[in-house]
Design a protein. Sequence first.
Length: 115
Amino acid sequence: MSERLLRYYEERGLLNPRRSARGHRRYQATDVSRAQLIRLLIDGGLATERILFAFDCLKAHRDVANICPDLISTLTTEMERITSQIEVLQQTHAYLRTLVGPPAGTSDQASQPGT
């Protein structure tokens, strides 16, 4: 992960690494794990504002069963959006597969007559 990306996460309030006496950032293992989670969520289409909202809510309410009601609504909306995206991607994949055939080396190719 690039230094620039880590600084972006810090600017957005998503990361808060410790600092040395000289002001250098000191990333702990928990910072690395958090940065990887942030990257995963962003790659999944979540906006940094929603990620920060989730982190803040979870930090304030350690008991997951009693987390912010707004967070449940937000995460449910995100899951529905992702499910819809998956369906569109599966349809697109199926269409492209009809055009180009299965990837080389897959079991689909072995089941074709004459191979």
